[in-house]
Ligand binder design. Structure first.
Ligand code: PHE
Length: 436
């Protein structure tokens, strides 16, 4: 009965856009370009691609299989496959909670910058951008914009899986691609753009194959592909039986890769063209880029377009971890969908408040980020792989990857082999190295 009533995403394209929406976010646009630029450029890209193939795609496939087979929220999914594994679902829910504790705040920054670009206040002031960013951080505004972001997410998720999440992704994802391509073309015509391409695409293999770089690449693959915390399990519970899981995971990964590269092709040429240095983390987007826009005709317009892009990318990601929690609350606590979405929203606001207030002097943003990216996601992904191929036996993944014999069996064999012998071992190795 529950199975028949459960929502499902429309066609193949919807499934890809929704999952890519979760994957493509701050990870691709904000985190990737900087890490790549500093860790061997194009060579890092190669290591990142290998990580996606060896770790990201197999782990995503295991999650897809778990979600689609059980058609339940993260906790219910693991429990229904194997009672003793339900803790994996709880670890996913915990991951979603921790991410909610900081992601909205950063996403809110893009909203503030969008608004101040539109009103012109970002560019009409004499205060340096570094100072503007610091002043903004010192005010209540990050919390206010973070809460607005949560409410926007709430609005979409509470409308439901098809009318909310699917529809929003189908509108926002194509928009995101168009804007990114326009920006990349615009930037190519800036003076000195070549230098930026050279920085981003320089090929330093010595840098790229260091253990530390490989760890970063794998961490980036987890975060960027949203694997290891029940997100793809929850989304796959809305997939149809004839959706091809392997093609879906490939398309999602390729799109994520494409956006990561395009983001680098926008940011670095712009940075070098303005004669600036590519700096680390938040300031790259919120300080350096405004500096560049300022020197361009229609500064406010380009700036607004860019921050709109960051906002779109973040929003399709926030709805995915909001949905992990909403589905959990609704199915496990037997709440209506609206009540579950409201619960998630209230909890997300409370967590953002905690992070914003740095209660007891703790840097929650960093703590939550490290805990999810370095512990919860790798372990979650590793154990999901172990469950899917070792615990569930031979048939389970074979059936899910071939849609019960309807799709190519040889490709599925490759992934089952990787899931058995390569992916979990690699994750474990990296996890231990990371701990030491
Ligand atoms: N993949 C998202 C990004 O790159 C972040 C995310 C992680 C979303 C885990 C959902 C779950 O921004």
């Amino acid at each position: 009965m529950e199975k028949q009533n459960r929502a499902s995403f429309g066609g193949k394209l919807s499934v890809i856009l929704v999952a890519a929406g979760s994957a493509i976010g701050l990870g691709a646009i904000w985190r990737f370009p900087y890490i790549a630029g500093e860790n061997g450029g194009a060579a890092f890209l190669l290591v990142f691609m290998l990580s996606i193939f060896a770790v990201g795609i197999p782990a995503m496939l295991a999650e897809f299989a778990v979600g689609r087979r059980s058609r339940k929220n993260a906790v219910g999914a693991f429990r229904s496959l194997a009672k003793r594994w339900s803790w994996l679902g709880y670890s996913g829910v915990l991951g979603a909670l921790l991410i909610s504790g900081y992601y909205y705040l950063i996403a809110g920054w893009s909203l503030e910058y969008l608004v101040s670009s539109l009103t012109g206040s970002l560019y009409n002031s004499d205060i340096a951008f570094t100072q503007q960013f610091a002043d903004f951080q010192d005010s209540w505004l990050p919390l206010i914009y973070g809460v607005i972001f949560i409410l926007m997410t709430h609005f979409i998720v509470s409308r439901g899986v098809e009318k909310g999440i699917e529809k929003a992704s189908k509108i926002m994802m194509p928009m995101l691609f168009i804007i990114l391509i326009i920006m990349a073309i615009r930037v190519a015509f800036m003076p000195n753009a070549m230098e930026g391409y050279r920085f981003f695409l320089s090929c330093d293999f010595k840098e790229a194959f260091k253990a530390e770089t490989i760890m970063m690449a794998i961490g980036q693959a987890f975060f960027s592909l949203s694997v290891g915390m029940g997100c793809m399990v929850t989304y796959a519970s809305y997939f149809k039986n004839n959706n091809n899981l392997i093609t879906t995971s490939f398309n999602v990964s390729l799109l994520t890769l494409l956006v990561s590269v395009l983001a680098g092709l926008v940011i670095f040429p712009a940075v070098f063209s303005a004669g600036l240095q590519p700096t680390e983390g938040p300031s790259l987007i919120f300080v350096t880029l405004p500096e560049i826009f300022k020197g361009m005709p229609f500064a406010s317009l380009w700036s607004a377009i860019f921050f709109f892009l960051v906002m779109l990318a973040s929003l399709t990601s926030t709805i995915s971890f909001h949905e992990v929690l909403t589905a959990y609350f609704s199915e496990e606590l037997k709440l209506s969908r609206l009540a579950a979405a409201i619960t998630t929203t209230v909890v997300s606001i409370a967590l953002s408040l905690l992070t914003f207030s740095s209660l007891f002097g703790i840097d929650y943003l960093n703590f939550f980020d490290k805990l999810t990216a370095n512990v919860i996601m790798p372990l979650g992904a590793m154990f999901t792989c172990v469950l899917a191929v070792w615990f569930m036996g031979n048939k389970f993944m074979k059936e899910e990857l071939t849609n019960f014999g309807q799709c190519n069996k040889n490709i599925s064999r490759i992934f089952i082999f990787m899931l058995r012998y390569v992916t979990p071992v690699l994750i474990f190795y990296i996890f231990i190295k990371n701990l030491i």
